[in-house]
Design a protein around this ligand. Structure first.
Ligand code: SAM
Length: 237
């Protein structure tokens, strides 16, 4: 069901401002790097980006040769995604849809991505079930989520207590919770990786970025961003 924007504080203009800021540009680059690493080679693959927002990842995937579909429940986001993709070589199928009821047949995609959408969905189980259904056996899920044990999550919880409707509605999950959600949907987790260990400050981000990957190799504690890669077993229905 289309909604103008279920997260008004996170509409296309807010995204554009975030990416234009130092902290936003650095953080997006780090998060995108981790996600693309976990997705791997996408040339010729059918990729679905669930909660595609304004289409930044979808466009990146198209440029890497994927056949891309993006869905989002917000009509404002889908309009922004279409504008971003206009004039590119190749088409992206952007559609308004709810992640809890994906309008695609079973086993339609080789790869599904869902980046910072589950944090705004109280019960993520139906979304995982739908993703598992539309993935082909042997297909891959890559999700990006907001980590629970980070200074970013702590600051956002304080904003929630101070009345922010956006952060009141948000959920911060642990690697264990993400693994459990994947497992309940019949997906096998390969890896959960942490990223964005610096506090939310452009100066700290610039100084600490070179060590972000190193931290990510040792622990996900302190990571503002968690990325999980899971596969649908080859014999799964
Ligand atoms: C934080 S934004 C992330 C957008 C994009 N994935 C990115 O990383 O730039 C979350 C997105 O999830 C979308 N969303 C929230 N609930 C949804 C649902 N039930 N079905 C589909 N999209 C949803 C919102 O409209 C928003 O565009």
């Amino acid at each position: 069901m289309a909604q103008d924007n279920p997260l008004p504080a996170l509409g296309p203009p807010a995204y554009a401002r975030w990416r234009a800021s130092t902290i936003g540009e650095i953080t997006e680059r780090i998060e995108r790097g981790v996600i693309l690493d976990l997705i791997g080679e996408v040339g010729g693959r059918r990729v679905l980006d669930v909660g595609c927002g304004d289409g930044a990842l979808a466009v990146d995937l198209l440029r890497r040769g994927a056949e891309v579909t993006g869905i989002d429940v917000s009509s404002a986001m889908i309009e922004a995604a279409k504008r971003r993709a206009a004039g590119l070589r190749g088409d992206i199928a952007f559609e308004i849809a709810d992640a809890r009821k994906l309008p695609f047949p079973d086993a339609s995609f080789d790869v599904v991505t869902a980046i910072t959408i589950l944090c705004f969905i109280e019960d993520a189980q139906p979304v995982f079930r739908e993703i598992a259904r539309v993935l082909r056996p042997g297909g891959r899920l890559v999700i990006g989520e907001l980590g629970k044990w980070s200074s970013w999550a702590a600051a956002r919880r304080i904003r929630a207590w101070l009345g922010s409707p956006l952060w009141r509605a948000a959920r911060f999950r642990t690697p264990g919770e993400l693994r459990a959600l994947a497992s309940m949907a019949g997906l096998q987790t390969e890896i959960v990786r942490g990223a964005v260990y610096y506090p939310r400050c452009g100066f700290a981000a610039r100084i600490l970025t070179p060590w972000d990957r190193t931290f990510g190799r040792f622990t996900s504690i302190g990571a503002a961003f968690l990325a999980l890669a899971a596969v649908k077993p080859a014999g799964a229905p």
